[in-house]
Design a protein around this ligand. Structure first.
Ligand SMILES: NC(=O)c1ccc[n+]([C@@H]2O[C@H](COP(=O)([O-])OP(=O)(O)OC[C@H]3O[C@@H](n4cnc5c(N)ncnc54)[C@H](OP(=O)(O)O)[C@@H]3O)[C@@H](O)[C@H]2O)c1
Length: 284
């Protein structure tokens, strides 16, 4: 039995990946945050899945839930871990509360290391198990820093670092590590932010943020379907030597140019100009 572990399977990329992998014969261990999602997925996928219930910021529950599936992993090893669960906490860095900023880092960075470390022996850092793969769902926000989405960008930049370090440390075990770096994908993650920026409207950034909801709605229309991500995950799982990074963007050349090659001051001006237009900007 080939086992894959995915965090955050209630919706979006995680749900679509769980569905795809059960269709292609994998046994999927997926995590959700609440009992109703666990029940819904168990009913939908039956014996093809094992659903765990924990919030990744709850360290005790994370440990007890993951430990509960060790017998499955001791028998089968782990073919792949997909670190997917994530959130985006928007707001200007100056006014974002300490609590919100810390929560963003906990979910998108600290918890990823906690979960990964608990599963690494079964991915092959214990050499009695065959080497598996790790896929991190990063973001173009790990490559480019967008204003008012700062805590998310910082978290994904930190994640990009973590991915490189793990890849180089795990090389000796043959564990292959890949990052998927998507631009906008049609999921609920950004819609969850509708109205979230209202609390900053009476700050000096209020004029720009007043149209944030419209920007999110507009850019949602141009997002790519989740299938582009599940297709890449399929590819990684069967590849003998998967790529270390997969950039997923409608205009990859333009994105690379802007994020890596154009001078900072030119890009600063461009971002400022786009923000002032208040219609088609999306902070990823
Ligand atoms: N959609 C995009 O445009 C896009 C672009 C680049 C990267 N990404 C990345 O893709 C990944 C998946 O996001 P998505 O777009 O599929 O969004 P989504 O539909 O909102 O899914 C996020 C998943 O993470 C779970 N999650 C959030 N906070 C959690 C916590 N504290 N503990 C445990 N689980 C938690 C959510 O559970 P609940 O349902 O309980 O909230 C949900 O299952 C994220 O890492 C995101 O950064 C997305």
């Amino acid at each position: 039995m080939k086992v894959v572990f995915i965090t955050g399977v209630s919706t979006g990329i995680g749900y679509a990946t769980l569905k795809r992998l059960t269709e292609t014969g994998y046994f999927v261990i997926g995590s959700v945050r609440n009992a109703s999602d666990a029940l819904r997925l168990s009913n939908e996928f039956g014996s093809k899945v094992h659903i765990l219930e924990f919030d990744v910021t709850d360290q005790i529950k994370t440990h007890t839930q993951i430990e509960s599936i060790y017998p499955i992993l001791q028998k089968n090893g782990l073919a792949c871990l997909i670190n997917n669960a994530g959130i985006a906490v928007p707001g200007p860095l100056e006014y974002l509360s300490e609590q919100d900023f810390t929560y963003q880092m906990d979910v998108n960075v600290l918890a990823v290391r906690r979960v990964t470390n608990m599963l690494l022996p079964y991915l092959g850092s214990d050499t009695q198990y065959n080497p598996g793969k790790i896929i991190f769902i990063s973001s173009v926000s790990g490559l480019f820093n967008a204003p008012f989405n700062g805590s998310y960008c910082i978290s994904k930049h930190a994640l990009e670092s973590m991915i490189d370090v793990y890849r180089r440390e795990l090389y000796r075990f043959g564990i292959q590590v890949s990052a998927i770096e998507p631009g906008p994908i049609k999921t609920e993650i950004w819609r969850k932010n509708l109205g979230q920026l209202d609390k900053f409207l009476d700050t000096p950034y209020g004029d720009i943020l007043s149209s944030a909801d419209k920007m999110i709605e507009n850019s949602d229309k141009s997002a790519l379907p989740v299938k582009v991500i599940t297709d890449i995950i399929d590819k990684i799982l069967v590849a003998g030597s998967p790529k270390t990074r997969y950039l997923v963007h409608k205009k990859p050349f333009l994105f690379k140019l802007m994020s890596a090659y154009l001078p900072d001051k030119f890009v600063d001006k461009m971002v400022h100009k786009t923000l002032s237009k208040k219609d088609n900007y999306r902070p990823v």
